[in-house]
Design a protein around this ligand. Structure first.
Ligand code: XUL
Length: 539
């Protein structure tokens, strides 16, 4: 019997899943989650993010993630699991966020004192006490500069998988190097959240994996190595500050003495960590092309596996590496759970009341449309926050509940067209995927069958599967990814939701109207008032 631990350091929480594998017998033996704001109020975060007057700025304290890692290991220690059987650990982390370490880190990582808390020992190793995260959109100038330096958005997208995006690490690093040149100069190593936490586990600088590396605008997708022209034009001496890139799902070290002495853990293999979306890809069982997954979390994301990288010519989406060594297409929306919560809180609803409203209100909402850009939006790029409404009274609870859910699903359908995947099956994950009324709207908008999965936290599960696959293959086992995910990514019994033809027909038309409203709000088209009125009469 062997145990495999998957950790997921997301925007708002740290989760863990332990898989127990005994031949063909497989089960989830442990699941736990730590909410950042409630558990660590001393950091003053809201939803895991430091408050800021500037809506485009978003950063988190990296020591919060360190404290959470330690609390989770303590929970594991008292879980009753036979941790001597812990064979391997891997992790998933929110993508794009960066952690800045000084030149003391290289020596200190391997010599932490097991009698003292980790965060206090990591603190003197930070050259910057905050980490910009994926919710930041304050770097438009740097994006333009980076694209200009490499000949435009096309060459950058063709090489790295994405045009320049504000939250991607290259633009963040450039902004830091321009605004705080001496602190940047005192930075010896720049990690992603994933490789930072992996480094703490193995006691030395861990490499990145291609899945998370491709969220930086710095990695050449074809070779999975840094693309020198963009690295050189992003910031001074950047090449020397970046960790190496390892192959996906491969061992990078063993659990260091600190964890062994402090928590009685064995010298388990540590497998490359990755981003939460790449981990979710395998955590929902998408190890072959042909289906899509939708994650309804802090961000909403729509993604699918790609054998070959098909870069988005419209500049909306991304191509990332996948834990399987393949690629994945992804489109990300910032207004995910926080937008749903905004509407729920505005009308003082419980989640079950929210679901009831969705259940009883008419599909298509009588042509009343919301563009749910409560926060600056990633897809499409919207820097000035504020929801836009068409024919929708801001005080109408029923209309706003339906409008926010329909908008999110229509935006995902619209902006995933570039992936060119015929969607007849969607694997739903993330907190809001527990709500079947939301999933019914998803099914009707996409015209696809939607599955709910047994394990809700697909990122933590994917990380545990990555640990399993990485450790087994390193031991010479010729296990495939199909074998790896078998028994862990099954849909819940009776969970399938199918599209209703009449509702599907409504969304088929409404989605074009949604696109017209979006174009209008972005200043790229006329207000579609007549079409909205005609839709309202027809419905
Ligand atoms: C993906 C993205 C988000 C974060 C959230 O590009 O920015 O999904 O990974 O954790």
């Amino acid at each position: 019997m062997s145990l495999y631990l998957g950790l997921d350091s997301s925007t708002q929480s740290l989760s863990a899943i332990v898989l127990e594998v005994d031949g063909e017998q497989r089960r989830v033996a442990f699941e736990s989650s730590i909410a950042f704001d409630e558990t660590f109020p001393q950091y003053g975060t809201r939803h895991g993010v430091l408050p800021s007057d500037d809506p485009t700025f978003a950063a988190s304290p990296p020591l919060l993630w360190v404290d959470a890692l330690e609390v989770m290991m303590r929970r594991l220690q008292s879980s009753g699991l036979d941790l001597r059987q812990l064979a391997a650990i891997s992790g998933s982390a929110q993508q794009h966020g960066s952690v800045y370490l000084n030149d003391r880190a290289t020596n200190a990582l391997g010599s932490f004192d097991p009698s003292r808390a980790l965060a206090e020992q990591v603190k003197p190793l930070l050259s910057r006490d905050v980490s910009p995260i994926w919710m930041d959109s304050s770097t438009s100038a740097e994006c333009a500069e980076i694209e200009r330096a490499v000949g435009g958005d096309r060459p950058l997208a063709e090489r790295t998988g994405s045009r320049a995006f504000e939250r991607f690490t290259a633009a963040q690093i450039r902004k830091f190097s321009k605004s705080e040149p001496s602190t940047y100069a005192s930075t010896d190593r720049i990690h992603l959240v994933s490789s930072f936490l992996a480094s703490l586990l193995i006691g030395r600088h861990a490499p990145l994996d291609p899945g998370d590396g491709s969220g930086m605008n710095l990695m050449d997708l074809a070779s999975c190595q840094w693309w020198q022209p963009v690295v050189d034009s992003t910031a001074p001496d950047l090449a020397a500050k970046l960790p190496p890139i390892a192959r996906a799902s491969t061992p990078v070290g063993t659990l260091s003495r600190y964890w062994q002495s402090r928590f009685g853990l064995p010298a388990a293999t540590v497998v490359t960590w990755s981003g939460d979306n790449p981990c979710s890809l395998v955590g929902v069982g998408l190890v072959r092309e042909g289906a899509l997954a939708i994650s309804l979390g802090t961000s909403d994301t729509v993604f699918g596996l790609m054998r070959e990288p098909r870069v988005d010519r419209s500049g909306t989406g991304h191509v990332f590496g996948a834990p399987t060594g393949d690629f994945m297409g992804l489109t990300c929306f910032k207004n995910g759970s926080l937008a749903r919560e905004r509407i729920r809180d505005k009308f003082h609803l419980s989640w079950s009341e929210f679901g009831e409203i969705l259940h009883r209100t008419p599909p298509g909402n009588g042509g009343r449309i919301m563009l749910p850009w409560f926060e600056p939006e990633i897809t499409p790029t919207v820097l000035t926050p504020g929801a836009r409404r068409y024919g929708l009274d801001p005080g109408d609870a029923d209309g706003n509940v339906r409008a926010v859910i329909e908008a999110q699903q229509m935006a995902m359908a619209l902006h995933s067209r570039w992936m060119n995947v015929k969607v007849d099956r969607i694997h739903a994950t993330g907190g809001a995927a527990a709500n079947r009324d939301i999933l019914q709207v998803m099914s009707d908008v996409f015209g696809a069958v939607v599955y709910q999965l047994q394990v809700g936290n697909s990122a933590a599960l994917g990380a545990a599967l990555q640990a399993f696959y990485g450790a087994r293959t390193a031991d010479g086992d010729r296990i495939t990814w199909e074998d790896t995910v078998k028994g862990f990514v099954e849909p819940l019994a009776d969970s399938t939701l199918s599209p209703d033809p009449a509702r599907r027909a409504i969304y088929h038309d409404l989605i074009e109207l949604y696109a017209a409203c979006e174009a209008h709000a972005l200043g790229k088209g006329p207000e579609p008032s007549d079409r909205l009125a005609a839709f309202a009469v027809g419905s």
